[in-house]
Design a protein around this ligand. Structure first.
Ligand SMILES: NC(=O)c1ccc[n+]([C@@H]2O[C@H](COP(=O)([O-])OP(=O)(O)OC[C@H]3O[C@@H](n4cnc5c(N)ncnc54)[C@H](O)[C@@H]3O)[C@@H](O)[C@H]2O)c1
Length: 362
């Protein structure tokens, strides 16, 4: 097994779980890390025994790095991905893949031209929760797919994230921030979407930070914060998704998928486990299905490990750039539909990734 040497760019909030989990994957070796704020890289380097901290430019030009793990904030995703690919490195990026479709396409095209891989979060769909749902759907337990509802409603991240302004700038908002979990789960379970429409709103033009580091600071909201989309899947099923940072509380959470033979309760797509329940008319009640087929703990980074295995085995990786681009296309389509007052036919498509395999998680 050839280890993949990882260079981490962006040592903020989410980097801890990646760095912690990378220690559990024999195939991953974190060789260097960088951050605009050097102390952050130094802190992570000490905490996780990373051999080297350096400037981003240096990391990008290091011939001993195979994959750049891009954990910067969304406005920098495309720039860092493109620099990495142009420097001959594979790249795995946090969600969303990029801010614009144009940048997303450029990333995929540059990778193709250079024979390199693009991977992208989220990888939660590889967890036991959604993989159990995948098996039930593939076994025909709910019949042909009829529709789905996906709801993520809350009041934003300014009460816990130490530096939450980016959630209210382009690339943020509830759809670009949380939509990737819900849409990736839906696409991986139900296949690609061909047409979308939607409506978007913004109930609060300004936010006040109540987390500690920047307590009391105001954030100007620059993106819609209540986003409702309708999804026409290629297979004929119809989905509805609501993502919101404008709702104080809701009973409607998570994902349900409806089929001709029954209904499926899908666990929180921002986690790797959670209850999976199926309703079939002959049983007359919801039945809890034991989870199997993936990790149940916080396994963030499993998509990166799978990409490293895929490089060795020369096979497709699951949390891949094509699916991330399709999700980006859906999210833009919903926002555009609201402005233009029409349905948007999507040009992108992707394959459903292969179900998770035992050898990719510790
Ligand atoms: N925080 C979470 O719980 C969470 C969960 C899932 C996904 N994500 C995603 O992870 C990404 C990062 O989020 P975060 O919460 O860690 O943000 P953060 O602001 O805590 O960290 C981002 C880090 O990237 C650094 N950075 C930005 N641009 C850079 C550049 N050009 N070169 C080098 N370093 C650069 C910043 O200095 C910062 O330290 C986002 O895309 C976010 O959507 C975050």
């Amino acid at each position: 097994m050839k280890k993949a040497r990882i260079g981490v760019i962006g040592c903020g909030n989410i980097s801890d779980i990646y760095l912690k989990n990378s220690l559990n994957h024999e195939i991953l070796e974190v060789s260097a890390c960088s951050d605009l704020i050097r102390e952050r890289a130094e802190e992570k380097s000490q905490k996780y025994s990373i051999p080297r901290t350096c400037q981003t430019e240096e990391l990008l030009n290091d011939p001993d790095i195979d994959i750049v793990l891009n954990l910067t904030t969304p406005p920098y995703h495309a720039e860092i991905c493109l620099s990495a690919l142009n420097a001959g490195k594979h790249v795995y990026v946090e969600k969303p893949l990029a801010l614009s479709r144009k940048d997303g396409q450029k990333i995929l095209q540059t990778a193709r031209e250079n024979g390199l891989l693009v991977g992208s979060a989220p990888d939660t769909f590889m967890g036991a929760g959604i993989q159990t749902c995948r098996r039930l759907i593939d076994e025909g337990r709910i019949g042909d797919l009829v529709g789905a509802n996906a709801f993520m409603m809350g009041h934003g991240h300014e009460n816990w994230h130490p530096d939450p302004a980016f959630y209210y700038q382009p690339g943020g908002g509830p759809m670009f921030d949380m939509g990737p979990y819900y849409l990736t789960a839906l696409v991986s379970l139900m296949g690609p979407v061909k047409r979308v429409t939607g409506s978007t709103g913004m109930a609060f033009k300004e936010r006040t930070i109540t987390s500690q580091a920047r307590f009391g600071e105001k954030i100007k909201v620059k993106v819609p914060t209540h986003v409702t989309g309708l999804l026409d899947f290629e297979n004929g099923a119809i989905g509805c998704i609501i993502t919101s940072f404008d709702v104080w509380k809701s009973h409607q959470t998570g994902i349900e998928i409806y089929g001709t033979l029954g209904s499926l309760e899908v666990p929180d797509p921002n986690a790797f486990k959670g209850p999976v329940k199926i309703f079939r008319p002959e049983a007359g009640q919801w039945e809890v299905i034991p989870l199997k087929g993936g990790p149940t703990g916080n396994a963030r980074g499993i998509g990166l490990a799978d990409m490293a295995h895929a490089l060795n085995a020369q096979r497709a990786h699951r949390a891949n750039g094509e699916m991330a681009f399709h999700v980006l296309d859906i999210m833009h389509g919903i926002h555009e539909a609201s402005v233009d007052g029409k349905h948007i036919q999507l040009k992108s498509r992707c394959k459903r990734p292969e179900p998770s395999a035992r050898n990719i998680y510790p």
